[in-house]
Design a protein around this ligand. Structure first.
Ligand code: UD1
Ligand code: F6R
Length: 701
């Protein structure tokens, strides 16, 4: 939702200008996650001073602001830690004082950037106000910065100067809600804290010398007795609030994880890039470590330490350093004007990549490495629940029928928020499938936790490798569509769709009765990338449609039934979110139950009239529309005589797409709608990759 970026250089000399440019560029790569305000915090000219620059609007506005402030860009730092943020407002409107970084006091003793929501911030704020703190913003984040200062000062009063991570443990004990946050402080020069709960954070490591380590140890307090006496939650137990830690000696074990020293133990020049998203790190390094919830990463003196306040049974005691497979080119626009356009046009490749190495088209078999060993358990399930939000939910709807047909397991499809609102009963023999591009969507993640608590087997269908949903589920499939940066989900939809179809095919590979159907679908999948390429050639025709028939229209109705109901809903969502035109996806069979009242010669209608078993019913629904002087545009198969005849006799236009197997037709039918939403928006001069009020990854409820 918002983006976090941090940059620490150790024994790598950088000018202030370099540091600013690195932070600003990191933010640019995160801008798609949130873009109503931005800011950075770096070292000031005086010892123990901090410079904060922030501005409402996109990163370009921040760049101008920094330029206007004329910081001395030539000062050099051998070691330094800077933090940065791009925000999508949750608490407090986008205004200067609400931009991050947020500070503890006017001297900026502690400075924070934060993603997520602190749910008990009102109580904390009141408590801190009672203690004399003056708040400058409406954000929940400011109370974290002030809490850091308050606890630091309280510790000092008791003659104890805590380590930065010990202090962080005390602060986190007071916080309810979700966070990914970075903190820097004048009391801990050249150090930074990165910690998360429910909001992603990863750390990239770059060193000129080859990294000798491929994991970092997690450090725990030695024993429960030796654990520092950490303050209890003040908002729940007023009497015990804000106690300092008792011991003046760190009770925490400094252990093996001096991970980045060179072999002879000499200090190693190293740079760390902390981010909420791999897209901003990949330019600098591909070696990354994903933090887990409740990890406290402490970076100082070229070392990365990961602390946890307690040792949980079964939890991993190391964090591995992984190699990102993402290429820089994947997150650049190339010759396209917008990421959305690039991603629409990438679909021949992205759909191919989803299937690559997983389908054997010669032998008509499917092998999903991430699910294979789980298939026997899944086949025994009494029910399969698909849970997702937005576009990901539509990919579940689109594949539900084929899933039921092939697996013969009843499938329910749920919007994550509604699933939770209803406190839906979930049992141990249920299989819960979570579909998410980002793998971080808060509602989906909460639904996942809910199902885990009830003992269901959880399966992820996720694009973002290393994301929370991909890591927390028991098993799953990475859709391998490549990074999706445009806020509107396009290539992830078609890849999720294919991944779900492959999942259903895997479940049915022991059924002789399904042999012909499986062969038909697998051979259909083989042709999909090429067929998508063909549909994309339609762009000029769609552009013209958007410039003429659909120009200045207030609303657009999309009609579909059977497999195409999901296409209607997904098409309508794309049009709404990108072009701000009202659009509604309607089940064609429901027309006569109310929606028909809207139909006249003016209301634009697009209907899905491709061939499947419901074709006669679709034709009849569309006849109801033309009978009311409606002038629908029909998405139909190439050279379909029925529509050709109708087009000759009535006010109806067609957009022709290739024919594929019924359950795959939605993969082709959605492309004209993706293009329509794109061109409607471009014609209105809307910044397609940054639609108002929306952000790429919705990590708040
Ligand atoms: C894996 C490798 C891929 C390699 C291939 C061939 C990864 C991420 N993928 O792909 O690079 O080319 O083997 O050997 O290393 N998972 C979940 N939840 C999810 C998604 C995945 O638990 O939401 C798990 C899977 O169960 C599996 C692992 O993550 O254990 C990797 O999944 P996936 O990438 O789909 O597996 P492969 O296709 O085998
Ligand atoms: C629409 C869109 C959203 C997402 C939804 C779920 O274009 O992008 O509706 O599909 O927020 O996001 P993920 O798939 O990341 O869980």
């Amino acid at each position: 939702m918002c983006g976090i970026f941090g940059y620490c250089n150790y024994l790598v000399e950088k000018s202030r200008g370099d540091v600013i440019d690195t932070l600003v560029e990191g933010l640019q790569r995160l801008e798609y996650r949130g873009y109503d305000s931005t800011g950075i915090a770096i070292d000031g000219d005086e010892p123990d001073s901090t410079l904060i620059y922030k501005q409402i609007g996109k990163v370009a506005a921040l760049e101008k602001e920094i330029e206007a402030e004329k910081p001395n860009r030539d000062v050099t730092f051998v070691s330094h830690c800077g933090i940065a943020h791009t925000r999508w407002a949750t608490h407090g409107e986008p205004k200067w004082s609400n931009c991050h970084p947020q500070r503890s006091d006017t001297a900026s003793d502690f400075v924070i950037v934060h993603n997520g929501i602190i749910t008990n911030f009102r109580e904390l704020k009141q408590l801190l106000i009672n203690k004399g703190y003056k708040f400058e913003s409406d954000t929940d984040t400011e109370c974290i910065a002030k809490l850091f200062k308050h606890l630091y000062d309280t510790n000092l009063k008791h003659g104890n100067e805590p380590d930065f991570h010990e202090l962080t443990m005390q602060v986190l004990l007071e916080l309810d809600g979700s966070y990914g946050l970075l903190c820097r402080s004048v009391h801990y020069p050249n150090e930074v804290i990165a910690t998360r709960k429910g909001s992603p954070l990863l750390i990239g490591v770059k060193s000129e010398r080859k990294l000798k380590v491929d994991f970092v140890d997690v450090e725990f307090p030695d024993t429960d007795e030796a654990q520092p006496e950490i303050p209890l939650n003040s908002t729940r137990g007023e009497a015990r609030n804000f106690l300092p830690i008792a011991s003046n000696e760190s009770a925490l074990r400094r252990s093996q994880s001096r991970a980045f020293l060179s072999e002879d133990g000499a200090p190693n020049p190293v740079e760390f890039f902390v981010s909420s998203d791999a897209a901003s790190v990949v330019k600098h390094t591909k070696k990354v470590l994903f933090l887990e919830d409740d990890d406290i990463a402490h970076i100082y003196d070229g070392e990365l330490h990961i602390h946890r306040s307690r040792r949980e049974i079964g939890a991993s005691a190391t964090r591995s350093i992984q190699t990102l497979e993402m290429e820089l080119a994947q997150i650049m626009k190339g010759s396209y004007k917008h990421f959305m356009q690039k991603e629409i046009f990438e679909q021949p490749d992205s759909t191919f990549n989803t299937m690559r190495g997983r389908i054997d088209f010669e032998n008509n078999s499917v092998m999903l490495g991430g699910l294979n060993s789980w298939l026997p358990v899944i086949r025994r399930a009494r029910r399969l629940i698909m849970i997702a939000c937005g576009t990901s939910y539509h990919s579940c709807l689109a594949t539900r029928a084929i899933f039921e047909e092939l697996s013969e397991i009843p499938v329910s499809v749920e919007l994550a928020s509604d699933f939770l609102d209803r406190k839906t009963p979930v049992f141990r023999d249920d299989i819960a499938v979570f579909v998410s591009q980002s793998g971080e969507t808060a509602d989906t993640m909460l639904a996942l936790k809910y199902c885990l608590e009830r003992g269901a087997l959880t399966v992820g269908i996720v694009n973002n490798v290393g994301s929370s949903i991909s890591r927390v589920t028991h098993c799953g499939v990475h859709i391998n569509a490549g990074p999706e940066i445009g806020v509107a989900s396009t290539k992830a939809y078609t890849s999720q769709y294919i991944a779900l179809v492959m999942f259903a095919l895997s479940l049915s590979d022991d059924r002789v009765s399904k042999l012909d159907r499986r062969r038909e679908i697998i051979q259909g999948l083989k042709k999909i990338p090429e067929q998508i390429r063909k549909v994309l050639l339609m762009e000029p025709r769609i552009k013209e449609l958007c410039e003429k028939e659909l120009k200045d229209q207030k609303s657009l109705l999309l009609l579909g039934r059977g497999y195409q109901f999901a296409s209607a809903l997904e098409g309508a969502l794309k049009i709404k979110e990108i072009s701000y035109m009202h659009s509604e996806g309607v089940l064609a069979g429901e027309l006569k139950h109310g929606v028909l009242a809207l139909v006249d010669e003016n209301l634009p209608i697009i209907a899905f009239g491709t061939r499947d078993s419901l074709f006669p019913k679709v034709v009849s629904s569309i006849e109801q529309v033309t009978a009311r002087k409606g002038r629908p545009i029909i998405i139909c198969n190439e050279n379909d005589e029925v529509w050709a005849a109708k087009a000759a006799n009535s006010n109806l236009a067609t957009l022709e797409v290739p024919l594929t197997v019924d359950c795959l037709q939605g993969l082709l039918n959605i492309i004209p709608l993706q293009l329509t939403s794109y061109w409607l928006a471009v014609n209105k001069n809307i910044d397609v990759d940054f639609p108002r009020n929306l952000a790429k990854s919705v990590t708040v409820e």
